[in-house]
Design a protein around this ligand. Structure first.
Ligand SMILES: NC(=O)c1ccc[n+]([C@@H]2O[C@H](COP(=O)([O-])OP(=O)(O)OC[C@H]3O[C@@H](n4cnc5c(N)ncnc54)[C@H](O)[C@@H]3O)[C@@H](O)[C@H]2O)c1
Length: 457
């Protein structure tokens, strides 16, 4: 088949895979190829068992794969053959040297730019899909312009706003698609070329155009604002626990004000995932590099509050279990950083479980999708068991901690769970997921976030 254009995506991760699957699905006249250095990941994308779990994704990949959607490890050939290249590699927090622990590690983005330059024999549009520090497109541009000059490159910023767990829905019905371009003839043409792709399914008024720097920065700021809301309501949850105010009632009351809005006001054990922490730390670091210390400290506090919320959850748990968890079995319900994903990157469960282990608790961890990834974070041992069946995980435990808001956990038979547990049986709902009055009626002592505990003592 003669395709209108050939799209390449470098990086077959949580963003590259789903994004390209949707583009392939919605643009049958384009050829879409996803490449990665990780051969195992590519093999999984080619198999019946995709490397990531997202509701609705399997079906879309399976119906387009081999038609206009391809996965490969041949990056160089992919570059040569393509007209449009999305760069969707990871940009983790730097772990070494200057800015360790806060700056973004952009080495993979730079490496990709060099590979694109080395392999290109025709003009390309290069699109930053990864979340990058503001002004990274300048670096990309300088590298791409450092060749012989026979090939022209246009660099665009097109950050991804999808949320894991709802990636397919978010991609199909985005609030907005942001495209940042330079105000040059080449920039404008490139921008419209990309807008045309999204135009296959995204209403025109949802495609937002900006300059490159605004687009790069908007992604960091979006994540910073979202995380800030979580930390803000979590800070209030601590005060609620002291005063018998109920954080859910407070959130409901303030959320009715349209200036505040009701979404993302759910108190809990804190945010996780691969992006929030890293993007805020990066934003703070960038502020610092421009001498904006007060601004850097302001944003840093959002992360500090998140860590504190997890520490507080553990402290509350230990206090409620008579000041010791040593030798006690704790059933951990959920390890993914949120429901509907198998991703455990920066999941609150990691910090909580590690602290419980330091206190010599024994863990019985269950999760519908994340056990494989969880084992990489906290290896299985005599003291740490991974158990698929939540009823089995709870059996004999002194306490049960809800760490992920999986819908499945709402529908369990808690009477049965209670009967199988050590008494007094205590439930710590880190997501305010369950009906705590019903649990209390069954016999549990119930500790929720930001609400007075319900105990039988
Ligand atoms: N995960 C999310 O929910 C999300 C949402 C929006 C934006 N983002 C951003 O998107 C980017 C990618 O995130 P992700 O979660 O998909 O990461 P990921 O780690 O799942 O995937 C990145 C992939 O890039 C590959 N890669 C790295 N260097 C490469 C190279 N030189 N050549 C080819 N492949 C290479 C890695 O092997 C990996 O498979 C990050 O910048 C992230 O901040 C992520």
């Amino acid at each position: 088949m003669n395709f209108k254009k050939r799209i390449l995506c470098i990086g077959a991760g949580y963003v590259g895979g789903p994004t390209m699957a949707i583009i392939a699905d919605k643009c049958p006249d384009y050829r879409v190829e996803v490449v990665d250095v990780n051969a195992e990941r590519i093999a999984a994308w080619q198999s019946a068992d995709l490397p990531i779990y997202e509701p609705g994704l399997d079906e879309i990949v399976f119906r387009n794969r081999g038609k206009n959607l391809f996965f490969s490890t041949d990056i160089e050939q992919g570059i040569r053959d393509s007209d449009i290249i999305f760069v969707s590699v990871n940009t983790p927090t730097k772990t070494y040297g200057q800015g360790a622990g806060s700056a973004a590690d952009v080495q993979y983005v730079e490496k990709v730019a060099r590979t694109i330059l080395a392999c290109s024999t025709s003009d390309k549009i290069v699109i930053e899909k990864s979340t990058v520090p503001v002004r990274t497109a300048e670096v990309m541009g300088r590298i791409l312009r450092s060749g012989s000059g026979n090939v022209n490159f246009a660099v665009l910023s097109n950050p991804e706003f999808l949320a894991e767990g709802t990636a397919v829905e978010d991609l199909l019905h985005p609030d907005r698609v942001l495209i940042g371009a330079h105000d040059t003839e080449t920039g404008k043409v490139a921008l419209e070329t990309l807008a045309e792709i999204y135009g296959h399914w995204v209403p025109a008024d949802r495609v937002v155009r900006s300059n490159v720097w605004s687009s790069e920065l908007a992604k960091l700021v979006a994540n910073a604002f979202l995380a800030q809301r979580v930390s803000s309501i979590n800070s209030i949850s601590a005060l609620c626990e002291q005063t018998e105010a109920d954080v859910q009632q407070v959130a409901h009351a303030i959320g009715l004000d349209p200036r505040i809005g009701s979404r993302f006001l759910q108190a809990g054990v804190g945010f996780g995932g691969s992006c929030f922490r890293k993007d805020i730390l990066n934003l703070a670091y960038i502020c610092g590099t421009y001498g904006l210390e007060a601004e850097a400290n302001y944003w840093h506090q959002v992360v500090t509050m998140n860590d504190h919320q997890q520490d507080r959850f553990v402290s509350n748990l230990i206090t409620a279990l008579f000041n010791t968890v040593a030798g006690k079995d704790i059933a951990v319900f959920g390890f993914a950083f949120k429901a509907d994903t198998g991703d455990t990157r920066d999941s609150p469960a990691i910090r909580v479980c590690k602290q419980l282990r330091e206190e010599h608790a024994r863990l019985r961890i269950t999760d519908p999708k994340a056990i494989g990834n969880a084992k990489l974070e906290i290896p299985e041992s005599d003291e740490v068991a991974y158990i698929e069946d939540p009823y089995e995980a709870a059996r004999g435990a002194h306490a049960l901690a809800i760490m992920t808001d999986w819908k499945e956990y709402k529908d369990l038979d808690y009477e049965r769970i209670y009967q199988s547990m050590e008494k007094p049986a205590t439930l710590f709902d880190g997501r305010n997921l369950l009906d705590r009055s019903a649990l209390f009626e069954i016999g549990f002592n119930v500790y929720s976030v930001g609400r007075a505990p319900l105990t039988h003592f």
